[in-house]
Design a protein around this ligand. Structure first.
Ligand SMILES: NC(=O)c1ccc[n+]([C@@H]2O[C@H](COP(=O)([O-])OP(=O)(O)OC[C@H]3O[C@@H](n4cnc5c(N)ncnc54)[C@H](O)[C@@H]3O)[C@@H](O)[C@H]2O)c1
Ligand SMILES: CCCCC[C@H](O)/C=C/C=C\C=C\C=C\[C@@H](O)[C@@H](O)CCCC(=O)O
Length: 258
C-alpha cells in the first residue's frame, strides 16, 4: 500500500519500535495518530515530529490500551492502517501482560475492522499486529509472554482466512521480529526466567529497532508475496513465512519456513 495521505492509528508509539514506525510513516506522507501510556515521552515525540512533519499530520494521545473506552475514543479522521504495537514483557504481572499484549490488540483489531470494512461503508485497510518470533515457537524464558504472542498469531491468521475478507477489503499481518534492542529487553530479576542466558543466546541475533522499522515499511508497501506472518531476522530483513516450524537442532535453532 502506498501510505502517502493515508490515516494511521498506532499504539505504543512513544518509544522503541513504535516511535520508529511513526516517524517512518510520516516520512512517507502518512498522517499518524499515535498513543502511549507514557505521556511525557509521547508529548516530547509529538513536539519533535510536528516540527518536522507538521501539526496537521501527527498527533499524540495518552491512552492505556487496556481501557476499551480510551481506545475507542481515539479519532483522527479515517484510519486506513491500524498498528497494534504496544506490548510489555513481565512474567511477574502476567495477567496485565495478557491484557496489553493480547486483549488490547484484539480489541484494537476489532475496532479497526468495524471502521474499515467495505461491506459496511468503510474504505478497506490494513491491520498490523506487532507480535514476535516468540509467537511462533516455544521460549521457556517467558511462557506467558510467549502465550500472549501465540494468541495473536492465531487471532490474526484466523481473520485473514475469513472467506469474506476480500469483500471486507481488509488485510491482516503479524510483524514477528526476533529480539530487538529496546527497553523491552531491560528487565529486572524474575521478569523472565534465566534472563542472562536469554541475552547471551540472543546477542548475535539481536536486531536494532531501525532494522525492524525498515522491514515494517517494506511489509506495508509490499504488494507481492502476500502472507500473514512477517518474520524479521538479523541480516535477512523481513520475509513472509507460513506457520511451519522447523526445529533443526532441538530448541536451539528454531526457524519458520515457507
Ligand atoms: N524488543 C523486542 O525484543 C521485541 C521483539 C519482538 C516483538 N516485540 C514487540 O514489539 C512491540 C513494541 O515493543 P518495543 O520493543 O518497542 O518495547 P518498548 O518498551 O520500547 O515500547 C513499548 C511501548 O508500549 C507502551 N505501552 C506499554 N503498555 C501500554 C499500555 N497499557 N497502553 C499504551 N501503551 C503501552 C510503552 O509505554 C512503550 O512506549 C511490543 O508488542 C513487543 O512485544 C519486541
Ligand atoms: C525479555 C526478552 C523479551 C523478548 C521478547 C521478544 O519478543 C523476542 C523474542 C524472540 C525470540 C525468542 C527466542 C527464544 C528462544 C528460546 O526459547 C530457545 O529456543 C532458545 C534456547 C537457547 C538455549 O537453551 O541454548
Amino acid at each position: 500500500m502506498d501510505v502517502s495521505g493515508k490515516g494511521v492509528f498506532l499504539t505504543g508509539g512513544a518509544r522503541g519500535i513504535g516511535r520508529g514506525m511513526t516517524e517512518a510513516l510520516l516520512a512517507k506522507g502518512a498522517k499518524v495518530l499515535f498513543c502511549d501510556l507514557i505521556a511525557d515521552l509521547g508529548k516530547a515525540a509529538e513536539a519533535d515530529l510536528q516540527k518536522q512533519y507538521g501539526a496537521d499530520n501527527v498527533v499524540f494521545r495518552q491512552c492505556d490500551v487496556t481501557d476499551g473506552d480510551q481506545l475507542k475514543g481515539e479519532k483522527f479522521g479515517a484510519v486506513d492502517i491500524c498498528v497494534n504495537n504496544a506490548g510489555i514483557m513481565d512474567e511477574r504481572v502476567w495477567e496485565k501482560m495478557l491484557a496489553i499484549n493480547t486483549t488490547a490488540q484484539i480489541r484494537g483489531s476489532q475496532l479497526a475492522l468495524d471502521h474499515m470494512r467495505r461491506d459496511r461503508g468503510g474504505r478497506g485497510g490494513l491491520i498490523i499486529n506487532t507480535v514476535s518470533l516468540a509467537g511462533v515457537f516455544p521460549s521457556y524464558f517467558f511462557p506467558v509472554y510467549n502465550a500472549s504472542k501465540h494468541a495473536m498469531i492465531g487471532y490474526t491468521t484466523s481473520w485473514a482466512k475469513n472467506p469474506k475478507m476480500g469483500e471486507m477489503g481488509v488485510k491482516w499481518r503479524c510483524l514477528c521480529p526476533n529480539a530487538v534492542n529496546t527497553n523491552l529487553l531491560v528487565f529486572e530479576e524474575n521478569q523472565v526466567y534465566d534472563g542472562d542466558k536469554f541475552l547471551e543466546w540472543i546477542k548475535p541475533r539481536m536486531l536494532e529497532p531501525e532494522e525492524v522499522v525498515e522491514a515494517f515499511m517494506k511489509l506495508i508497501q509490499e504488494e507481492e508475496g502476500d502472507g500473514v506472518i512477517y518474520g524479521v531476522f538479523k541480516g535477512l530483513g523481513g520475509v513472509f513465512k507460513k506457520r511451519r516450524l522447523v526445529d533443526a537442532d532441538g530448541e536451539s535453532n528454531p526457524i519458520v519456513v515457507d
